[in-house]
Unconditional design. Sequence first.
Length: 228
Amino acid sequence: MDFSRIYGFFFPEEVDFFGPMDTMYRLIDETLHVYIESATKQNLSPFDREKLLTDLKALERKGDLVVQEVTSGLKRSFTPPFSPLELRRLFSCLDDALDNLYESAMMNITAEYRGGLPPFVLEQLMTFQRGIALASKTVDQLRQSRQGTSELATTLTAMCDMEMEGDKIYWRWKKEISAVLNRAALGGDLAAYRRAEMDEKILDQLEDLLDSLVGMMKVIQGMIIEHA
């Protein structure tokens, strides 16, 4: 008989879920630093392109391992600080952000339609970076959720403001890209049309990334309500 499993049933482990939250926010921030550095360059060499994708993929894989660790931890703990469902949702949002960052870079680089990254990429990434810096503050605030409710509310409002700032960037560039598409279509400029079409896809994908701030915010709000 496996007495360790019986012991584990009656005496579940104390599992830390806040440490992995910190790690995920740190990984997203590291990914943003790598991506932003590439976005500041007018032209990316073949080495730059390969290194960007390699570095982003490595960080994404680290995020996958953290999520696996959390999933395993939820199976070993009967008393997580918040409901397993809410914790899974939060880590899923954070994991999706890492995936989205890698996929948007992959889309741009594998298409090989520009020497560097589109100009709006830097704006969108820096806005998301400010949003993630705010989101990372919620880890300590959630640790003291009963005492830090007002601080959490302030942080979530600021995160919402960052997402709205991202919307402004999105619609400004959406309008500009639409104008380029129209001109290229009327003038029969297939190269310009293809470039603008790819720009639009990357713009849309990074808008989804910025929208993930709202997803994180909603999950954290649910955690607060449940724990009140």
